[in-house]
Design a protein around this ligand. Structure first.
Ligand SMILES: Nc1ncnc2c1ncn2[C@@H]1O[C@H](COP(=O)(O)OP(=O)(O)OP(=O)(O)O)[C@@H](O)[C@H]1O
Ligand SMILES: [Mg+2]
Length: 258
């Protein structure tokens, strides 16, 4: 139905620069994501995680530099429809005017990929796998935050992607629900071996399921970490990012309240 399944996918970013309004948000960025691994993209708010994810998804084009999927440039990948890149957005991006079932069926219907009978079969199977059975006729706004994230993951997985991309999959969730989403993404990766890139602030996520972790700073990734090397890093920026100190005498946003 979708593009023919290829070998597990590796991603390579070479000299990627993205400029907005004269400012380099990403600056000569170089890194690789190995096939089947979970790569976590961290960094403080506004450092360009979502921008980079959109570039990897092929939704935007970098100002300069290239992103390749198994050695083929993204432009070519898109032109040939060679790989499916499944993006699970920051806010879920589900349509409130559609039922959960119709949200999940949308991709198949838009691309005329299979019959309604087959869509129902696949959707039901996915809802069961993600423990979401029985919510088919509800609309997204009636679901909890954790359920919405699971529906968004279901929609991503139904595309049978070669690469799964997540933007902040645990944001706005309590710790317990966040950990269930982390387990879900980790076990999906173990079971299906889909190369996965996750933009996230969540250190629990990075250390529990990240195989490699990059921390964006000044538009670049100085070093690629494993959970162990990240947690034991001597780099002052990393230390402060993982364990910020609160200082009311010298606040980061000074004076307007004083
Ligand atoms: N389409 C755009 N036009 C102009 N500037 C943009 C655009 N998209 C993003 N930016 C800018 O790029 C920078 C990085 O944004 P981005 O959304 O990638 O940050 P982020 O690291 O994902 O932050 P957060 O953790 O809050 O989600 C920000 O300064 C943002 O304003
Ligand atoms: Mg973001």
């Amino acid at each position: 139905m979708t593009a023919e399944k290829q070998a597990p996918v590796g991603i390579e970013a070479k000299h990627v620069t993205e400029v907005f309004n004269g400012k380099n948000v990403l600056n000569d960025l170089n890194f690789s994501v190995q096939p089947k691994e979970i790569f976590v993209l961290m960094g403080p708010s506004g450092t360009g995680k979502s921008v980079l994810l959109r570039l990897i998804a092929g939704l935007d084009e970098a100002t300069s530099g290239s992103i390749c999927i198994n050695g083929t440039s993204l432009k070519e990948v898109k032109r040939k429809n060679k790989y499916v890149l499944g993006l699970v957005f920051q806010a879920g991006a589900l349509f409130n005017s559609l039922s959960i079932f119709d949200n999940l069926a949308l991709y198949f219907r838009e691309h005329r990929l299979c019959s309604e009978k087959e869509i129902t079969k696949r959707t039901e199977r996915m809802l069961e796998m993600l423990n979401l059975k029985g919510i088919e006729n509800q609309i997204p706004s009636s679901l909890s935050g954790g359920m919405k994230k699971r529906v968004a993951l279901a929609r991503g997985l139904l595309m049978e992607p070669d690469v799964l991309l997540f933007d902040e999959p645990t944001s706005e969730l309590d710790l317990l629900t966040a950990s269930s989403i982390i387990e879900l993404i980790g076990s999906v990766n173990r079971r299906l071996g889909i190369t996965t890139v996750i933009a996230s602030h969540d250190i629990l996520l990075a250390k529990s399921i990240g195989h490699h972790i990059g921390v964006l700073q000044n538009g670049t990734l100085e070093e690629i970490y494993t959970p162990e090397t990240l947690l034991h890093s001597d780099n002052a920026f990393i230390k402060n990012f993982l364990n910020p100190t609160i200082n009311l005498d010298h606040p980061q946003f000074p004076s307007f309240l004083l």
